[in-house]
Design a protein around this ligand. Structure first.
Ligand SMILES: [Zn+2]
Length: 285
C-alpha cells in the first residue's frame, strides 16, 4: 500500500515535521499524566482492598483539567502551548512566575517531529510509514515515562507487542514466525538474566516492563534483531551510566531506567537494523 502524492521525499518530510511536533506535544501530556492516573487507580484499589475509606482525588484525564504551570498553577494559554516556539519565546520560563519550564517539553516535541519527518522521508506515505510512526511515538512516550518514573506501563508495552504481531500477520516487517519467536525470545532472554542475577546477587537489576518492551521489539522486527538491540542498549546504557557517575550527575544507589536505552536501540534497529547487520556480516561473516 503506497499513496502517490507526487511530492518529493523532502517536501513530505517538511510537511510531517510540524505534524510530529504537535503529536510530541500530546505525548508530553501522556508522559506527565498517564503515570499519575495509574498511581491514582492503584491508590484507590489498595485502599479499597485494605477496607480504608475513600480518599478524595482530583479527577484526572488526558484532557482535563487544562494544563497549568506546575509551580504557580497559572493556566497555560493556547499561544503558550505552541510546540517548541512558545518555549523559545518564553525563554524556557513560566509567563506568570518565571519558574523554568522542563526541557522535557521541547525535547519530546523535537524528537517526535524529527522521527516523523525522517520516517515519511524514508518510507513515503505507506502502510510501513504509518506503522513506523506509531512505533516511534509509542517509544517516545515510554522513554519519557520510564525516565521520569522508572515504569514501563503494561497498558502501553502490551498493546505495542500485539500491534507488532498484527503488523507482521501480513509480513510488513518480518515473516510472522520470526515475529512470534522474537516476542518469546525477547521476553524470556531478559527474564532469564533477571532471575540469574537475582539468584546470584539477591538484587533486582531490571523490571518486568523491560522484558515486555523487548518482547514488543521482537514482535515488530523478529528475533534476528534482538542481539543487536541488546548490544546497542547495554553499550549506550553503560556509557551514559559511567559518564553520569564521573560527572557525579547521578547517585550510584538510584537505579537507572533501562527502558529508554531499549527504546532507542529498538528504534535504530527498526530503521537501520538490516543495514547494520548486513554491514557486520560483510566484515566478519
Ligand atoms: Zn508558573
Amino acid at each position: 500500500m503506497f499513496l502517490e502524492t507526487g511530492l518529493s521525499p523532502t517536501a513530505l518530510a517538511i510537511a510531517a515535521f510540524p505534524f510530529g511536533l504537535i503529536i510530541g506535544s500530546f505525548l508530553n501530556v501522556v508522559i506527565l499524566r498517564f503515570p499519575e492516573q495509574l498511581k491514582n487507580s492503584w491508590r484507590h484499589e489498595s485502599r479499597d482492598f485494605l477496607g480504608l475509606p475513600e480518599e478524595p482525588t482530583e479527577p484526572l484525564s488526558l484532557a482535563t483539567p487544562a494544563s497549568r504551570c506546575p509551580s504557580c498553577g497559572a493556566a497555560i494559554k493556547p499561544w503558550h502551548n505552541i510546540p517548541v516556539i512558545s518555549y523559545v519565546f518564553l525563554g524556557g520560563k513560566c509567563h506568570a512566575c518565571s519558574q523554568s519550564i522542563s526541557i522535557q517539553y521541547p525535547l519530546v516535541e523535537i524528537a517526535a517531529g524529527l522521527a516523523s519527518g525522517f520516517i515519511v522521508y524514508q518510507f513515503g506515505l505507506s502502510l510501513m510509514a504509518a506503522y513506523c510512526l506509531l512505533f516511534s511515538w509509542v517509544l517516545i512516550a515510554l522513554t519519557g515515562i520510564d525516565y521520569r518514573e522508572q515504569l514501563l506501563p503494561d497498558q502501553i508495552t502490551l498493546p505495542l507487542l500485539w500491534l507488532g504481531l498484527f503488523a507482521n500477520l501480513g509480513g510488513t516487517f518480518v515473516p510472522l514466525n520470526d515475529a512470534v519467536i522474537g516476542a518469546l525470545a525477547g521476553y524470556l532472554s531478559l527474564w532469564t538474566v533477571f532471575w540469574l542475577f537475582k539468584l546470584i546477587t539477591g538484587k533486582e537489576g531490571m523490571g518486568y516492563g523491560d522484558f515486555k518492551l523487548l518482547a514488543a521489539l521482537g514482535a515488530w522486527m523478529g528475533w534476528q534483531m534482538l542481539p543487536l538491540i541488546i548490544i546497542l542498549s547495554t553499550f549506550v546504557g553503560a556509557l551514559v551510566g559511567i559518564v553520569g557517575l564521573l560527572l557525579r550527575a547521578r547517585d550510584r544507589q538510584v537505579p537507572m531506567a533501562f527502558g529508554p536505552f531499549l527504546a532507542m536501540a529498538g528504534w535504530i534497529a527498526l530503521i537501520w537494523g538490516d543495514t547494520i547487520v548486513a554491514g557486520y556480516l560483510s566484515v566478519f561473516g
